[in-house]
Design a protein around this ligand. Structure first.
Ligand SMILES: Nc1ncnc2c1ncn2[C@@H]1O[C@H](COP(=O)(O)OP(=O)(O)O)[C@@H](O)[C@H]1O
Ligand SMILES: [Mg+2]
Length: 253
């Protein structure tokens, strides 16, 4: 999805309208679960809103942003709120555009390098020791199972039940948890501006991120970019772990 491409008909939730007062809220993103992100124009902030009852994890994201911000360039948490319609989180603006902004879709060689380098920096900057969050295979499989039950998805429940255990760890790091291209921001100088969307951040094997980060290149830039991505990260592709972690991602987490 391209920010701005399908947000023309977005209506500002009532609570955000009240919260914003006379400041302009510019819609920048709508996710598949009905979550919305707005730029608070002119004040260097973004606000992310999740409808009540959705599985979007605003409180989890706020905690992870606050922790990660001690080690890495991520948005600062400026505030949050909740009413009967939804929950929201206000963060400071990072000085960059998403890696899927039209500017970077036109220059995938720059975006792919920043995505690979950026993920490496994230993995090297966040300390596993003392990280209070995990993104374990067992926890993710359990969440997929609970989601399948809640949605009455017998097919998914069957896939979850048959899902194999993970290959041995390559390297435990603090993973981003949603390393898709839109969650890396790039400055107009073509360098990393920071990472957003950390609600799943936690300790896991680094291939949990690498497998999905490399996959998402295809969705946004077309095939053939994974070699440049792995080179920018500084790792040789590991076919077995890539296949495993893509299958795990497909369980819907
Ligand atoms: N603090 C921020 N600074 C700059 N851009 C942001 C910020 N927060 C969100 N964005 C923009 O909004 C988009 C959606 O935010 P994100 O947290 O990824 O929501 P979602 O969980 O719906 O994907 C991001 O891809 C990014 O372009
Ligand atoms: Mg996102």
């Amino acid at each position: 999805m391209i920010p701005g491409a399908d947000v023309a008909d977005v209506r500002v939730p009532r609570a955000l309208r009240r919260w914003a007062g006379d400041r302009e809220l510019r819609p920048v993103w709508r996710n598949e679960a009905g979550g919305l992100t707005f730029e608070v124009v002119g004040v260097g902030a973004f606000v992310k809103w999740a409808p009540a009852g959705s599985r979007l994890r605003i409180a989890e994201e706020a905690r992870r942003l606050a922790w990660a911000g001690r080690h890495l360039r991520v948005p600062a948490v400026l505030g949050s709120g909740r009413d009967e319609d939804g929950t929201w989180l206000v963060t400071s603006a990072l000085p960059g555009r998403s890696a899927v902004d039209p500017r970077w879709l036109a220059r995938p060689e720059v975006a792919v390098r920043v995505l690979g380098e950026g993920l490496r920096l994230l993995h090297e900057s966040l300390p596993v020791a003392g990280c209070p969050f995990e993104w374990s295979v067992a926890g993710r499989v359990e969440r997929a199972r609970a989601g399948a039950v809640a949605d009455g998805r017998a097919d998914l429940l069957q896939r979850v039940a048959e899902f194999p255990g993970p290959p041995p760890h390559d390297r435990l790091v603090v993973c981003h948890g949603d390393p898709c291209c839109p969650n890396t921001l790039i400055g107009d100088d073509g360098e990393l501006a920071g990472h957003v969307d950390l609600d799943c951040l936690g300790v896991a094997d680094r291939w949990a991120d690498l497998a999905v980060g490399s996959w998402s290149l295809e969705w946004n830039y077309g095939p053939g970019w994974d070699g440049a991505y792995f080179a920018a990260y500084g790792v040789e592709p590991d076919a077995e772990r890539i296949a495993y972690h893509r299958a795990l991602w497909s369980l819907g987490d």
